[in-house]
Design a protein around this ligand. Sequence first.
Ligand code: FES
Length: 139
Amino acid sequence: MDRRDFLLNACRTCAALALLPAAASLEGCAPSAKAMAVKDGIIDVPLDALGASGSTVISASGLSEKLFISKRADGSYSALELKCPHKGGPVKEKEGQLVCSWHGSTFGRDGALVKGPSKAGLKSYPVEASGAMLRVRVA
Ligand code: FES
């Protein structure tokens, strides 16, 4: 390896290392919601969107809040609005529970209130399994 090749390789390595923190921080971002469409008041969610965790977060045009879709222990499904009933803060999944980012209200994966200050659980929408799809009725 001559001097020119050595410097060229060194520059490439430095450039790759400089990009590493940016790539790592992007991986650290919360998973983005899957975008769906509302048609006749129904959102069709493919069952395989739930993945191994048995849950997913979706957004839909015409729907102001994201929905947490999950499979219950009894095999049925739930769709919960990720908006805190306390003062409207965003709710996110954290260590198996749903937690409001603003004041810490905590909800179970079924939407039931675990810890306030909220006095109510999360709003839920009816979900019907139909073949390989879940049909979430939002209107
Ligand atoms: S808005 Fe969620 S706890 Fe206050």
